[in-house]
Ligand binder design. Sequence first.
Ligand SMILES: [Zn+2]
Length: 338
Amino acid sequence: MIKVDNSPEKRIFVLKKYKDNPTFIELKKEIIEHIKNKEYNKLEALNTLSYSKHISIFIFYNAIQSKINAISNNTIKNQLLQMNWFKVLVGSIEEIREIIKENYYILANVKPQIKGFTQYQNIFEDLYKNQLSGKEELKREFFNIFEDINVCPYCNRNFINPIYKENNIGNDNKKQSPDIEHFFPKSLYPFLALSISNLLPSCAFCNKIKSDVDTFIHNCISPYEIQKNDTKFKFEFDSIDTKTRKITLKQEGNIKNSEILHLDSLYTEIHSNYVNDMFSKLKKYPDVNKKFLKDKFNLSEDDYKKEFCNYFKEDDFNKHPLSKMTKDLYEHIKEYGN
Ligand SMILES: [Zn+2]
């Protein structure tokens, strides 16, 4: 699990044509300021016809407003009509959790299922398809929010960079983008289908394995909720003296990410060779003793990069596979020297 920036700047996007337009630059600034101050009521005044088709927050807002009345179950419809939709669409991940709590028994897929739930579910599924996943122009700008992320934030194993080719040969696909993962599944929480803080690029593997697990009930943490210097997740290794090292992913408290994403078994089974290779680098130092390790492994950022072929700083973990595990292993080796 790798930290992903959930700041207000990362919660809206402007369509390419208007990105460098001074009016849109100013407008975007104003919107971001309102989001920062949680002044969601002030966003309605900016939702004017001439801008609305080019800024994500208004595109999603207006599309949703035009569909709510089609919902046949009145309890669901009334609850949706009362919602603070700008907050739902661009609120932080913490605000999204609050909204789920407040609306759980009416808008989530609880058992027994509310009558008319499937129709409401289908309406939001269509909104997601028509307004984001099936709209190339929008999808491209959405992925641009994450342009500094090369590797899946859930597993930190697979690259997720989108590909856009100018030409194709025969029927090959000109565009290939990573999956858009709904952290709180849209099948269970349809109203969060277009909420930016609920959306993350992910590898197909994680998207599939996570599937429709109720991450709200099962205490799963979103990459948006990971803070700097967080100790929520840490890879641990058994002794460096043994031949085969077992990797375990330690989670704080009652967090269930590793179980839901099968991270523990993935890392233990697939990446133990990588870990053993890292330890084998120690062999090049003939006089391995604890004091030597402590001194030798107090590396500068540059030396760390050379030694482990990976990134040193937490902010760069999203650039290269296995960066988090590599750093935790490095810390482990350093600790061994103490
Ligand atoms: Zn992944």
